[in-house]
Design a protein around this ligand. Sequence first.
Ligand code: ATP
Ligand code: SKM
Ligand code: MG
Length: 170
Amino acid sequence: MSPVVVLVGPMGVGKSTVGRLLAERLTVGYRDTDDDIVAEQGRAIAEIFVDEGEAAFRAIEKAAVRRALAEHDGVLALGGGSILDEGTRALLAGQRVLYLSMDVEEAVKRTGLNAARPLLAVNPRKQWRELMEARRHLYESIATAVVATDGRTPEEVTQIALDALELKEA
Ligand SMILES: Nc1ncnc2c1ncn2[C@@H]1O[C@H](COP(=O)(O)OP(=O)(O)OP(=O)(O)O)[C@@H](O)[C@H]1O
Ligand SMILES: O=C(O)C1=C[C@@H](O)[C@@H](O)[C@H](O)C1
Ligand SMILES: [Mg+2]
């Protein structure tokens, strides 16, 4: 079993919003590895970061991605930083991967100062730039399609994604 599409991209880019719309349009299920991790661990992602650090979280996340890829045949959204892990990137080889992108101003608008996003809690604009400098090439390296979400509604992004991925509705 394999997901019909795997969504990657930074925090707040719209993976959950667009992922659910894509799943509706394709009449398949939606799954999110961040939700899987919270359910399995019985604690918030921010708590895992604080309690055990980012490296431990990435290992937990890699296991969650491996499991979801094997179990899910619908739309799968990954955590924003999942692509930082080499093993997680290797798991994505051969998958249909959609990278949703946005620029910094759109990012600040969408995420704001949100404690649930520990990596953007302080000085979000600067954090965002640094984060994307480290990640942009990784997102691009594993993507089979890229859709810019700036100035587009979730419905528009969904339609463009369906076209870019050449996915047909049932
Ligand atoms: N195309 C869009 N245009 C404007 N706002 C959007 C768009 N897509 C999503 N949003 C809004 O941006 C916020 C973040 O979206 P969403 O939760 O889908 O992102 P995400 O990538 O799943 O983030 P997370 O890192 O929390 O998983 C939400 O408030 C959502 O309503
Ligand atoms: O971009 C990131 O590193 C993260 C994104 C979220 O989806 C969560 O997986 C977590 O907050 C880390
Ligand atoms: Mg989400």
